[in-house]
Design a protein around this ligand. Structure first.
Ligand SMILES: Nc1ncnc2c1ncn2[C@@H]1O[C@H](COP(=O)(O)OP(=O)(O)OP(=O)(O)O)[C@@H](O)[C@H]1O
Length: 296
């Protein structure tokens, strides 16, 4: 059998975990009868994307994102453009897409999934000119990721501390949302457009989302009094937001969101700044990705 050339692109800062000894661990567990392995460490924001583009142009068949959803985004965009195969070794703070796909959080077990090499096509989406794979949106979560980006400490506890501080001062905004031709005007705390069901850490904002249905779930988190925050957290952690009084979910293919001002957005948890008008579209079954055997 012809061996595949596989490149592991490792984000050294994602999830706040040390990864210096990771190439050795991968070497010990990767099936050498199937793969020739190479490794690269990213040195700055956007570097994973550059490395992935170069590798896809050369003779790499499989490129593995070693990091979280931001790393997957940079690499997945290039892998998709060049019609190669994406693998994931989850090493992020939240690991939304990896958890949704049921890729094990344990590295040795996740390597077994790569060795098993079941490739599946999943939907991706665009948010104006940017691709996303897991979740993109605006409102409080975008605000939080833009503030978090300026913070030194990563990891879940840093996120939670910052979130609690910011939640008290954040003011919901009014949006005009058109979903496949139907108009909705809503004052929202958050608008999330979901490909998978969760942000990460099993916080499910869109419990019935599928990455193979050709649809996105527009999740509108309504304005609510802060004492109801634990209710929302409970509903997310127990996949109950589809019957929540705090969240409205509308599925669609083409979404247009107009807002009152230019503002922060997030793409797979990474902050950007965009104008008032945002167009979101699904690209059905557009990315080859290695998943476990079982259905997702
Ligand atoms: N060497 C580096 N120094 C600083 N930033 C980097 C470096 N390499 C990659 N990055 C950036 O790190 C960001 C965060 O990566 P990623 O999303 O994978 O981790 P995370 O935020 O900890 O996890 P998750 O998205 O699952 O919560 C990405 O935007 C990526 O561009």
């Amino acid at each position: 059998m012809l061996k595949s050339n596989i490149l592991f692109i490792i984000n050294p800062i994602s999830g706040g975990k040390d990864k210096l000894r990771l190439p050795g661990l991968i070497d010990a567990h990767l099936d050498r009868t199937k793969f020739n392995a190479n490794f690269a460490f990213t040195e700055y924001v956007g570097h994973a994307s550059e490395i992935a583009e170069e590798a896809a142009n050369k003779n790499f068949d499989v490129i593995v994102a070693v990091g979280g959803d931001g790393t997957i985004n940079e690499i997945g965009t290039k892998v998709m453009q060049q019609n190669k195969v994406l693998g994931i070794l989850p090493f992020g703070s939240g690991n939304g897409l990896a958890r949704f796909l049921k890729i094990p959080m344990n590295t040795v077990k996740a390597l077994k999934v790569i060795n098993n090499y079941q490739v599946k096509l999943i939907d991706t989406a665009t948010f104006n000119d940017k691709c996303f794979f897991n979740m993109a949106g605006m409102g409080f979560d975008a605000h939080i990721s833009s503030v978090f980006a300026g913070n030194k400490g990563r990891g879940l506890s840093g996120y939670l501390k910052l979130g609690l501080r910011e939640v008290l001062s954040y003011k919901p905004q009014t949006y005009r949302i058109v979903i496949d031709g139907s108009e909705y005007v809503r004052t929202a705390f958050v608008i999330s457009v979901a490909n998978s069901s969760q942000y990460g850490n099993n916080a499910h904002i869109a419990p019935t989302a599928s990455v193979t249905d050709g649809l996105l779930d527009v999740c509108i988190v309504k304005e609510f009094p802060m004492y109801k925050l634990p209710v929302l957290a409970y509903e997310m952690l127990n996949s109950k937001t589809d019957s929540s009084k705090l969240v409205e979910i509308i599925k669609g293919k083409n979404i247009h969101i107009s807002r009152i001002k230019e503002d922060a957005i997030h793409i797979d948890g990474e902050p950007f700044f965009m104008g008032q008008e945002i167009a979101v579209s699904v690209k059905p079954l557009s990315l080859n990705i290695i998943t476990p055997d079982y259905e997702v």
